[in-house]
Design a protein around this ligand. Structure first.
Ligand code: PLP
Length: 399
């Protein structure tokens, strides 16, 4: 037996493990110290009553002979696929139900999609970004080239002039930076992909957080995208489904990837459960208002953070069209993490864990409760004033 040789090329993914280890060590040393996490990458608001009702009804239906469902379609039940088509339609985007594939989450969709590509492909990944793209491609043995997302380009990497890629990842709104592309910027990516005969794997897991005019919610808003893009979406951050598990992928019919993905799913996937699909449907139909409320609650937490950052003159991206706030701490991200934990009892996520361009930057999330976010911000203000005083004496600048 020979194991996948690429496994040894994976970097020890120590970011979240290391965060927990350091927080645990702090808690052991200072029990009852009331640490607040603004590092949470998971939702915390409970499920909508409408989703729970849909769950109950679907379970009851399954308990009857007439309503029992065994294996479902590999690509999802028509009731959910049609609800997704209508969700796009409400935003003026036309897609066909045959272009929608229901998945058990965007992460699985994005990772498994690599089954469709030959090893002999160059993959372009922005830095910093959601770490799963890099790891999935290392496992697949693809050559990876990075495009820089930095303060200078507003953490929105743009197509490089002389580098060619076959597969391009775009995450907008971005995890971890919260930055999001406008139509003109995405058009440049679409043109680049068409020129290079590349495919864009567009991760829109946070599209429901977009509120700014001109920011794109779906790559299919862009002319030409149907000829070069695939879109991954999720109910996780939109409807609190991180533990329920449901997402979808849109693959235009004109792409050979559409039929290939159906075939791949038929081989390796037996569908998302009927009950979960009914829950997801309820969120796009009668329960849509509940998803808006959830998202609005997280975004009001983000606003609490960004308002304080504005008053403190801290440079940041995100917080407007995303649940993430990404700010410049000016020193080694891990040193900042330790200092913030020690002085303010706040947990953040060090930016260097998302790529080399993340060093000197820090990610905060808006997924804690309003009360805890407010308390954290009060602590942070006192912390920051002190930190600015001592930063140059105690720490080396990172840039
Ligand atoms: N894509 C991005 C950019 C994410 O940040 C996450 C989760 O944090 C996911 C995908 C995973 O989504 P899902 O829960 O649908 O697998």
């Amino acid at each position: 037996m020979k194991t996948n040789r690429n496994f040894k090329n994976l970097k020890e993914n120590y970011l979240f493990a290391e965060v927990s280890k350091r927080v645990q060590a702090y808690n052991n040393e200072f029990p009852n110290s009331d640490v607040i996490s603004l590092g949470i990458g998971d939702v915390t608001i409970p499920l909508s009553v409408k989703a729970v009702e849909a769950c109950k009804n679907a379970a009851i239906e399954m308990s009857t002979r007439a309503g029992f469902h065994g294996y479902g379609p590999y690509d999802g039940y028509p009731f959910l696929k049609n609800a997704i088509v209508d969700y796009y339609k409400s935003r003026g985007i036309t897609i066909d139900a045959d272009e929608v594939f229901v998945t058990d989450g965007a992460k699985n969709g994005i990772g498994n999609f690599l089954d469709l590509f030959d090893t002999d492909n160059t993959v372009m990944i922005p830095d910093p970004v959601y770490p799963a793209y890099v790891d999935a491609n290392v496992l697949s043995g693809h050559k990876i080239v990075y495009v820089d997302a930095t303060k200078e380009n507003g953490f929105l990497a743009m197509p490089p002039k002389r580098v060619k890629a076959d597969i391009i990842y775009i995450c907008s709104p971005n995890n971890p930076t919260g930055a999001a592309y406008n139509a003109e910027q995405l058009k440049q990516w679409v043109d680049y992909a068409l020129e290079n005969q590349a495919v864009i794997l567009y991760d829109a897991a946070y599209e429901a957080y977009i509120e700014s005019k001109g920011i794109v919610r779906s790559i299919f808003e862009i002319t030409g995208a149907r000829d070069c893009a695939v879109e991954f979406c999720s109910f996780s951050k939109m409807a609190g489904f991180t533990g329920v598990r449901c997402g979808w992928t849109v693959i235009p019919m004109c792409s050979p990837l559409n039929r290939m993905w159906l075939h791949r799913q038929a081989i390796k996937f037996n569908g998302t459960s009927f009950i979960v699909q009914r829950m997801a449907e309820s969120m796009l139909r009668g329960g849509y208002e509940d998803t808006r409320k959830m998202v609005a609650e997280y975004k009001s937490n983000a606003k609490i953070i960004t308002k304080k950052f504005d008053s403190l003159g801290i440079q940041y991206t995100g917080g407007v069209n995303a649940p993430y706030i990404w700010f410049d701490c000016g020193i080694d991200s891990w040193q900042f993490f330790d200092y913030l934990l020690k002085k303010a009892r706040i947990v953040c996520t060090p930016g260097s864990g998302f790529g080399k361009n993340g060093d000197g930057w820090v990610r905060l999330t808006s997924f804690n409760s309003r009360e805890r976010t407010e308390e954290a911000v009060t602590r942070f203000e006192a912390f920051w004033k002190d930190f600015i005083e001592v930063r140059d004496k105690l720490f080396e600048p990172v840039r």
